[in-house]
Design a protein around this ligand. Structure first.
Ligand SMILES: [Zn+2]
Ligand SMILES: [Zn+2]
Length: 215
């Protein structure tokens, strides 16, 4: 399997939207489809990449705004993978938090995620591509997707280069976030590239040495 990662920066909050593709089959998963989902779908079409699933790191609207439109734009409809605690948060709190943005709510949870669950890209293919790790704190049910073969992890808003996710939104928990980062992200090899939901990439080793919140 030859995996490729693409990044698009979309929407009013500058979200990093990632596409993880098996270049041998052209099957792809989309991670955190944000606003401007039509640009994302045009990008996929230009490359003849066929999306098979939508993976969500957490339920904040800027990471899920494009999920409903994307799910129904393809046949069969794309299943949405999200942690049940994040989905429950979206149902209970999501609308209020996204009040000033017209983000379409999540249409449902098709693949409930759990810690250490392995995910594949190709339908009907069991070859594991990514491992789920729970990192609650920024949002209940936040997860990262660790791709060991590429030495990288999609970390959503848990950690950024030199910073961490905000914990002042409903369901946020600052001590829990620090614990999640230490246990679930800093336990990855130092050379692991961290691909966050906003801003530039980093690495486990860089954040261990430089992140002021985790010194
Ligand atoms: Zn967030
Ligand atoms: Zn975000």
């Amino acid at each position: 399997m030859k995996l490729a990662v693409a990044r698009l920066v979309l929407g009013p909050l500058g979200n990093n939207v990632y596409v993880l593709t098996n270049e041998e089959t052209s099957h792809a998963v989309v991670i955190d489809p944000s606003f401007e989902v039509e640009k994302l779908m045009a990008y996929l079409a230009r490359r003849a990449w066929k999306p098979t699933q939508i993976w969500l790191t957490h339920a904040h609207f800027d990471h899920t705004a494009g999920a409903a439109a994307m799910k129904r734009a393809y046949q069969p409809a794309l299943p949405i993978a999200i942690h049940p605690a994040s989905f429950a948060w979206a149902v209970a709190e999501g609308r209020e938090v996204s009040f000033s943005y017209s983000a379409e709510p999540l249409p449902g949870m098709d693949i409930p995620l759990a810690d250490r669950q392995v995910l594949s890209i190709d339908p009907g293919e069991a070859t594991p591509v990514a491992e789920v790790r729970e990192v609650p704190g920024h949002n209940p049910g936040s997860v990262i997707f660790y791709v060991e073969t590429l030495t990288l992890a999609f970390v959503g808003d848990a950690i950024f280069r030199g910073s961490i996710g905000r914990t002042d939104l409903p369901g946020g928990d600052y001590p829990r976030l620090l614990q999640s980062i230490r246990e679930q992200i800093f336990s990855l090899p130092d050379e692991t590239i961290l691909l966050p939901g906003h801003g530039p990439e980093s690495s486990v080793g860089f954040e261990k040495r430089n992140n002021p919140y985790l010194a």
